[in-house]
Design a protein. Structure first.
Length: 401
């Protein structure tokens, strides 16, 4: 067996904890089913599924530490004290995860259970698969630590000198835990080197590395919140209900809404003046980034809200050069910041990053209810996930051609 790859409850994205807290507050009896999707249709080495199972079993020994709790109480001010009591009792249960491999070597993974429990599996499963794949396929053999550090340092300096406020978002598809650590260190050094430049390293979505390096933990929600609302309550009202539940749970903290679960048109129908004012801004995670700026600004202006008082977080598979171009386009129009993931944590020489996700594909409100299919659309057609027939139903319901 490979060494244990996940060793900390906080080696996870911040949104895992905030979404968990939402489920505990609003839907404590709700169940979910998550499905693994490999957009590259990768073939994995023989025995890969068994190695994944071993890794997941090993995670059952994880306990949150006093240091992690102390850090979260200091930095994650939006959680009440009782939530940390809950976290001290949290345990992974690998029986919630079904892992298999077909004859051709393709991976099949589903997770099923109470949503507030199973939400913790998504990011670790993806980071385990990514690191294992790179290890077992020999990608570590040509790895040059100094070369990769320099590459990452140059990216950080490039972003900061061009005036970008950015965060690292790359836990899910990282090359390895150690490489991820190195990337964070290089970005911190870039921030120090470029201290007098207009940009800055704002933080990281990974709670463990935020704690280790005393950075700001960055994150609000994932698409699953809206997908859950769509599955249970209907597609036309899903965004409205997600905004409502989010605001009631966090009282205007964590105020960046992820709008593209069913596309921009469906969202903007639910984006009333009330919620446009309550939320600090929106996250752009699919579609054309420049068109998104124009559409969002027009929406704010139609509500008599000055776009300069709002912010956009761009996180759509960004490369650093594209982020700089978007920043130039936003200048003087709306506040902008950036979450850059794979092209920081897996932009390794002669290595192809993975394109993998875990998505909510079914949900039920309580243990007594029937399962409902959950899907995710997007402003990118290639990012549609879920049952194809249900995707068609959602598209017809929302008037998407």
């Amino acid at each position: 067996m490979e060494k244990q790859l996940i060793n900390h409850l906080t080696d996870n994205d911040v949104y895992t904890f905030s979404v968990c807290y939402l489920y505990l507050n609003k839907f404590p009896r709700a169940y979910g089913r998550y499905t693994f999707f490999d957009r590259n249709d990768s073939v994995y080495p023989a025995g890969f599924a068994e190695e994944v199972k071993n890794q997941l079993k090993g995670m059952e020994a994880i306990r949150i530490s006093d240091e992690e709790v102390a850090y979260m109480r200091r930095r994650c001010y939006y959680f009440p004290i009782w939530f940390y009591t809950f976290l001290t009792g949290f345990r992974f249960n690998s029986d919630e995860v079904d892992v298999s491999q077909d004859r051709d070597g393709r991976l099949r993974i589903t997770v099923e259970g109470l949503l507030w429990k199973t939400v913790f599996w998504e990011v670790p499963i993806l980071s385990i698969i990514s690191e294992l794949k790179h290890r077992l396929c020999g990608d570590l053999e040509g790895y040059g630590a100094e070369r990769e550090y320099k590459k990452s340092l140059d990216k950080g300096c490039y972003l900061i000198r061009n005036g970008l406020s950015f965060s690292e978002f790359g836990t899910r598809r990282r090359f390895s835990f150690d490489h991820h650590d190195m990337v964070i260190r290089s970005l911190i050094e870039a921030d120090e080197i470029c201290a007098k430049e207009p940009g800055q390293l704002f933080g990281t979505s990974n709670l463990y590395f935020a704690m280790k390096y005393n950075l700001i933990p960055i994150g609000t929600m994932s698409h699953q919140v809206i997908s859950f609302c769509g599955a249970i309550f209907g597609y036309k009202e899903a965004n409205f209900l997600a905004m409502k539940h989010w605001q009631e749970t966090f009282d205007s903290d964590l105020g960046t809404f992820l709008y593209d679960t069913y596309g921009w048109n469906a969202f903007q129908e639910n984006f009333s003046k009330k919620y446009a004012k309550l939320f600090d801004g929106l996250r752009v995670d699919s579609g054309d980034n420049f068109e998104a700026v124009d559409k969002i600004m027009a929406k704010y202006q139609s509500l008599n809200i000055n776009p300069k008082t709002k912010s956009l977080t761009f996180s759509n598979g960004l490369r650093v050069e594209e982020a700089v171009e978007i920043h130039k386009y936003c200048h003087g129009k709306i506040n902008d910041n950036y979450g850059i993931g794979t092209f920081l944590t897996c932009d390794v020489t002669d290595v192809e990053p993975m394109n993998i996700v875990m998505k909510l594909t079914a949900a039920k409100l309580t243990e007594k209810k029937d399962w409902q299919k959950a899907i995710k659309l997007s402003d990118d057609k290639g990012k549609y996930t879920g049952d194809p027939d249900e995707v068609d139903i959602a598209k017809r319901t929302l008037g998407i051609e």
